[in-house]
Write a protein that binds this ligand. Structure first.
Ligand code: FAD
Length: 313
């Protein structure tokens, strides 16, 4: 019998993009160019970030609303819980569901800066938010005739800055799964082994939900350094040296895109069920990365060819 793998049987690789709500009308205009470009690749969903304590709640909800009404894209709404009471959060969850949202990334958010005390009675952990989402969902089950809400959570390839150990992080991830999380998206990482190790630790501990690697296009030296600091990770110095030494933007783009494609491919080889691209509201790097990744279902060339074939009858 023919033992060669049948590619059509392979599990499809999920593709998603992260966007943030625009901070000005000019930023909104460029964001919408980006959205239209990304839409051509038929991602499984686009996620929309949420400012800590809901600082950008109105622009986030507005962007999500427009995505639902004006595009074919499915939004995944990030939601943070620190600094909000369960009553306030239940109201926001209800508002998101009323808008048509069926996916929420349940996060704690960053702790308030020194001196700012969290509001009395505010939720403490992402786990509390997952449980709240599930309770709101249950109360509204009669209205949610299209099925259940997909709840995602954050996962960390390197230890979360406040956590005592990576083992503790995996215990937290397992607790989030028990509370009703359906999938996880990782914080940025710079070495494939960081994702592989997380996956192995999580599976050993009993985490069965998909863990999707969060990948940033490594094309901006400034961003690579800043995100590295935020995640508590040292970027690959060979990459940062090459980015710093590049003579032109084009060369920097090529170096960064190649490094990103290598990282994403290594994660896919390790068993990643999809790729989540942090776009920073720019499409060029994200699309260049996508063009070089072999994800047939999402290739722009693929959709162009399909469109041509359809036109040709
Ligand atoms: P939690 O899972 O609650 O963990 C927070 C800390 O508490 C960890 O140290 C954990 O070990 C510990 N912990 C959790 N549960 C328990 C428990 N039961 N007992 C003891 N300790 C516990 N932030 C934003 O403000 N807006 C965004 O849109 C946003 N999007 C993000 C998207 C992704 C993919 C990722 C990875 C992060 C995002 N963040 C965002 C950042 C996130 O809010 C921070 O990393 C935050 O510090 C932790 O959030 P969490 O949901 O992982 O929290």
């Amino acid at each position: 019998s023919d033992a060669s793998p049948n590619l059509s049987d392979a599990a499809p690789v999920a593709l998603s993009y992260e966007l943030f709500p625009p901070r000005s009308p000019a930023a909104a205009e460029t964001l919408w160019t980006t959205i239209r470009e990304l839409e051509t690749t038929e991602p499984d969903y686009v996620s929309v970030t949420y400012g800590a304590s809901g600082s950008n709640r109105d622009t986030a909800v507005e962007l999500i609303d427009r995505l639902l009404v004006e595009t074919t894209l499915r939004p995944l709404a990030h939601l943070t819980c620190i600094g909000n009471t369960p009553q306030e959060l239940a109201g926001i969850i209800g508002q998101l569901l009323d808008t048509g949202v069926r996916g929420i990334l349940a996060l704690r958010g960053d702790l308030p800066k020194d001196g700012d005390r969290p509001v009395d009675g505010s939720l403490r952990y992402a786990q509390d938010l997952i449980e709240l989402i599930r309770r709101v969902e249950q109360r509204r089950s009669a209205l949610l005739c299209a099925g259940k809400i997909a709840v995602g959570v954050a996962a960390y390839p390197a230890r979360h800055p406040e956590s005592p150990s990576e083992e503790h992080d995996v215990e937290v991830l397992l607790a989030k799964q028990r509370s009703g999380a359906d999938f996880a998206i990782t914080q940025v990482f710079f070495h494939p082994s960081q994702y592989e190790d997380l996956l192995a630790r999580a599976r050993r501990a009993g985490v069965a939900i998909p863990i999707i690697p969060g990948v940033m296009p490594l094309t901006s030296l400034r961003r690579v350094k800043r995100l590295g600091e935020l995640a508590g990770l040292q970027p690959d110095t060979k990459l940062t040296d090459r980015l710093a030494a590049a003579d032109t933007d084009l060369e920097r783009l090529r170096i960064g895109v190649d490094a990103t494609v290598d990282l994403a491919n290594a994660a896919l080889d390790a068993g990643a069920p999809g790729i989540h691209l942090f776009t920073f509201n720019e499409h060029q790097s994200a699309l260049e990365v996508l063009d070089k990744l072999s994800l047939p279902r999402h290739s722009r060339a693929g959709s162009r060819n399909a469109a041509r074939a359809q036109l040709a009858g």
